[in-house]
Design a protein around this ligand. Structure first.
Ligand code: FAD
Ligand code: NAP
Length: 298
């Protein structure tokens, strides 16, 4: 709360009765205290309650407190189910966000930890609404190259469900899916689901021109990412691209989409024998044609 604005620090200092707390809060509210305020609050992600515990002499009237606390931000989640497979349902794939602060305090994301705390038996009202995302639903005739490490696999679970149902009644275009996670043991999300579509002529099977490739980043000393798998299967990537494939990229790492783009530039250049700048232009044209989509968050 102190960090939400220097003004909050001033208001708190007004209500502090202990002199040392008043001084500290006034320092946080001053231009000289800005860096320390950032360290104390933003870097450590202190909650309102923790700040009030650190400054127990602050006896703020409730009406003031309510005005100082910023309203909760809504959180966006990709829809990870197909309406064809689950009419009247919307599935989400949510990872429990957790990290350790510079002062070694364990922190958890507010919304993801709250969702994780709910029990399926509980009947609870969760305010939610729909917003158009940046990954348009692909027609069944469009070949796809999907890149979705971690929770980035969420929208693609829906795509695969949809295509699997469409493939029962008609022909569908091939799909290559590059998935990545930290460890095979702990966070291989929807393992059985992907593997089931990889077998018996499923939509990810080689028989259908598809493929499913996983990069486990922390199962060996050196990092293996989705880009490495794309390099390994670059011929397949290129063949699908020249057959009109669209590229869809989703995930929580802000750096991942640009790394994947650089890898695609290398693949296009190497496989086509064209210089790098032509490959860059080729991929830009793909984007202009509405066949290169990214949804990334951090
Ligand atoms: C278009 C879109 C689609 C999304 N789809 C999904 C999805 O399908 N599944 C999903 O799980 N999430 C998805 N997200 C992310 C989701 O909206 C939330 O941001 C996420 O769940 C974390 O929310 P939270 O309230 O748990 O964490 P918060 O309480 O908001 O905490 C997250 C914040 O904590 C800090 N933080 C987190 N990790 C660290 C770290 N290692 N070091 C320092 N600070 C850190 C950062 O400031 C970060 O912004 C999507 C986001 C967008 C914009
Ligand atoms: N408690 C847990 O076990 C656990 C597990 C997963 C996630 N989480 C939490 O959930 C949040 C979101 O998780 P998530 O599953 O969406 O993502 P994530 O686990 O943070 O990342 C998914 C995969 O992408 C890799 N990656 C990182 N940078 C990349 C890059 N530039 N290019 C390509 N791949 C890259 C990661 O590898 P590296 O991370 O090894 O570099 C990991 O293998 C995380 O930030 C974390 O807080 C917790």
């Amino acid at each position: 709360m102190v960090s939400s604005s220097n003004g909050s620090g001033s208001v708190m200092s007004f209500f502090a009765t202990a002199e040392h707390e008043k001084d500290r809060l006034q320092y946080f509210a001053s231009p000289e205290g800005r860096d320390d305020l950032y360290q104390y609050n933003l870097k450590e992600r202190r909650t309102v309650l923790e700040v009030l515990e650190d400054f127990p002499s602050v006896q703020m009237p409730f009406e003031w407190l309510v005005q100082l606390v910023p309203p909760l931000k809504p959180r966006a989640f990709s829809i990870s189910s197909s309406p064809l497979a689950h009419p009247n349902q919307v599935h989400l794939t949510v990872n429990l966000v957790s990290w350790t602060t510079p002062y070694k305090r364990k922190r958890e994301g507010l919304c993801s930890s709250w969702l994780a705390s709910l029990s399926p038996e509980q009947c609870i009202y969760v305010p939610a609404w729909f917003q158009k995302g940046s990954l348009p639903s692909p027609p069944s005739s469009l070949p796809l190259i999907l890149v979705g490490p971690g929770t980035g696999c969420a929208p693609f679970r829906g795509f695969i469900e949809e295509r699997a149902i469409q493939s029962v009644t008609g022909s569908t275009a091939p799909v290559l899916f590059f998935f990545g996670c930290r460890n095979e043991e702990n966070d291989f999300l929807y393992r059985d689901f992907w593997l089931s579509h990889l077998q018996n002529g499923g939509v990810l099977s080689e028989a259908k021109g598809g493929g499913f490739y996983v990069a486990f980043s922390r199962d060996q000393p050196q990092k293996v990412y989705v880009q490495h798998k794309m390099q390994e299967y670059s011929e397949r990537v290129w063949n699908l691209l020249i057959n009109g494939a669209a590229v869809y990229i989703a995930g929580s790492s802000t750096k991942m989409p640009s790394d994947v783009l650089s890898t695609l530039e290398e693949i296009v250049s190497r496989e086509s024998g064209a210089p790098k700048d032509s490959a860059v232009r080729w991929l830009r044209a793909l984007e202009k044609a509405g066949k290169y989509h990214v949804e990334a968050w951090s």
